[in-house]
Design a protein around this ligand. Structure first.
Ligand SMILES: N[C@@H](CCC(=O)N[C@@H](CS)C(=O)NCC(=O)O)C(=O)O
Length: 290
């Protein structure tokens, strides 16, 4: 059950050979490792990201705003390859000192505004354009309740369950049990709520759904950690109904493709600079044209 051969030393030191999928990028120190300016396009919003669940939240939001007719939400999406350490370049660190995607530069006003942490980005965009977040009252609070529920909960799903089930160099039964229990508890929270509501904060689609879906929606659709059977995701029937409804939204389908550098080539739009890029610049088309 437990690893009895390890006794923690008095002072922890960095073992660079610790293994696991992210061993090469994890570090115990902050700050830039190298000078690298970020590219800047023509649109009001400059997004620096990758299509992980946290990145997808923002590209779905931007595509939803454009679909709602907000032409001022046009954006350039630049690829940050976290496996190669792009998040530690000096330009990226200036926008997000925490060195994690997604990071947004809002150049729509006078002085550019940096926005990091996916929930902060979703709130910034929702308030700026007046969509997907009620302006006041209990309805607004309920959306924020679920938005921050996601921010507090998903690290247990990703950094806890996903890490130990899919990425750790060895299978540790204690860790997998602990985080499977929590992942299933979280799915049950959503399932009980979604039994009586169309969307997580009520009858209207909101930034809470946009934040929760890339994690828990994609988990029950069988797209995360190859864990659908292990967690018996089909038993969370209301979450599955909600996940499928959101998955069918055209803006969600587009948002999933942006900054994607893995999976089917036709699903990868590594950089997005125009709405037409979805038809003309997916990776299959770029490679065929080479
Ligand atoms: N709380 C952050 C989490 C962001 C995050 O964990 N991003 C990951 C990818 S999903 C990342 O950039 N990892 C790179 C690294 O840890 O060096 C948010 O919601 O924006």
């Amino acid at each position: 059950m437990s690893d009895t051969t390890y006794t923690p030393p008095k002072v922890w030191t960095w073992d660079q050979e610790s293994g696991g999928k992210f061993a090469s990028i994890n570090r115990p120190i902050a700050g830039a490792t190298h000078d690298k300016e970020l590219p800047v396009g023509d649109h009001p919003f400059q997004l620096y990201s990758l299509a992980t669940p946290n990145g997808v939240k923002v590209t779905v939001m931007l595509e939803e705003l454009l679909a709602a007719g907000e032409t001022g939400a046009e954006y350039d999406a630049w690829l940050i390859n976290i496996g190669e350490g792009d998040q530690f370049g000096s330009g990226f660190v200036e926008i997000n000192p925490n060195s994690k995607i997604p990071a947004l530069h809002d150049r729509s006003g006078g002085e550019p505004v940096r926005v990091f942490e996916s929930a902060s980005i979703l709130m910034h965009l929702a308030e700026k354009f007046g969509h997907f977040l009620p302006k006041e009252g209990a309805a607004r609070t309920e959306v924020l309740n679920w938005l921050f529920w996601q921010m507090g909960s998903a690290p247990y799903l990703g950094g806890g369950f996903g890490h130990f089930y899919a990425y750790a160099p060895e299978k540790f039964e204690y860790a997998i049990n602990r985080f499977s229990m929590e992942a299933k508890r979280q799915l049950d929270v959503l399932n009980l709520e979604l039994a009586t509501k169309t969307f997580i904060a009520g009858e209207d689609y909101s930034i809470a759904d946009i934040a929760i879906w890339p994690w828990y929606g994609q988990l029950v659709l069988g797209r995360l950690y190859d864990a659908a059977e292990f967690l018996d995701v089909a038993s969370y029937e209301h979450v599955v109904r909600w996940a499928k409804a959101i998955d069918a939204r055209p803006a969600v389908q587009r948002g999933r493709m942006v900054n994607r550098a893995f999976g089917e080539l036709s699903s990868q739009l590594r950089e997005r600079h125009a709405a037409t890029d979805f038809e003309t610049r997916t990776q299959d088309k770029l490679e065929a044209a080479e």
